[in-house]
Design a protein around this ligand. Sequence first.
Ligand SMILES: Nc1ncnc2c1ncn2[C@@H]1O[C@H](COP(=O)(O)OP(=O)(O)OP(=O)(O)O)[C@@H](O)[C@H]1O
Ligand SMILES: [Mg+2]
Length: 368
Amino acid sequence: MSGNDSFISIEALSKNFGSIKAVDRIDMTIGGGEFFSLLGPSGCGKTTLLRMLAGFETPTAGEIYIDNAPMSEVAPHHRPTNMVFQNYAIFPHLNVRRNIAYGLRALKLSRAEIDLRVEEMLEIVKLPGFSERLSNELSGGQRQRVALARALIRRPKVLLLDEPLGALDKKLREEMQLELRSLQQSLSITFIFVTHDQEEAMTLSDRVAVMSAGKVLQTDTPEQLYEAPRSREVGAFIGTMNFLRGRVAALEPEAVMVEAGAAGTFRVAGAGQGRAVGDPILIGIRPEKLSVSVERPAEGANAIQGRFSAMSYLGDRSHYFVEVDGLDQRISVASQNDLQHLVAAGQLDYGAKIWLTWAPAGAVILAD
Ligand SMILES: Nc1ncnc2c1ncn2[C@@H]1O[C@H](COP(=O)(O)OP(=O)(O)OP(=O)(O)O)[C@@H](O)[C@H]1O
Ligand SMILES: [Mg+2]
């Protein structure tokens, strides 16, 4: 984040459509020059939030401040925002130059000035020489870059991007992701980027707000969201997570002892966060924090015994699935081929007993 940490401030913002709470009392601050993503499943309110920022939708309650100015009375074209829409549309009957210049129509500039700024944008989005092409003479990625250029040509302070890469195939999408990121850094514009693709959000963003049903579950850096999700929902939405349910058996200054029925008792690093002995507790463990072994681990280590039930070999690593009595879901383990040699040698069959171990800091305590 650079400059002003609360360049955009969203306060108790809601939008109802009849009985649907599309956006439900959201508070959020976004820094100047930040690449900020809204991530969440279809229908969770991402587009609605973006449209309120742009001024195309009137909030039911709450206020948006941009650069300290309240936006409720400001018309869309007077806001320091511009939007690239979900179903990216460039005008099919206009060539590239006129599509991009469309963003300037309200400014009453001379033809020479317009041409200059269009050329400059074509350089920025890496389409020099394309100004006379029509929409149907462009690839999907090129069309998307024209839409970006049109949104950027008025030099907005904030660019709102609603799943701008959604229609592109995987390879083009990954190329455009890198381009978007370097474009955002070189122009130092604040980007608010909507996606339901968690990998895309993680790759691009300084911070990500994970949304569900009109609310924000957690806002954090990609690393924090992955390493320290606060809830089961976030842990399961960002990557894969194993869950163990238990009770607090003892509280230590820097750790919690968790008793999880037949699965055993484990030490989890971290404070009890107000929990008392006997309280229910949910812990989450990422697949790569687990190690698998055939030998019984040392006394005192966090360990569960289970049955080896499936595996997939991925070259650089393997995924193992382990069934544990008393757990309704198989435990998922990602490891660097710990057992591969045994499986290959026919020394480890499905159903065999194996051990899972992890460090106290490898698990996190989650809000239920
Ligand atoms: N104009 C509208 N009238 C009525 N309901 C609406 C309207 N716009 C959105 N909704 C509803 O509000 C909720 C949020 O919609 P929104 O378009 O913001 O979701 P989204 O997160 O952008 O989803 P997607 O990933 O599918 O684009 C949905 O339940 C949707 O049906
Ligand atoms: Mg949407």
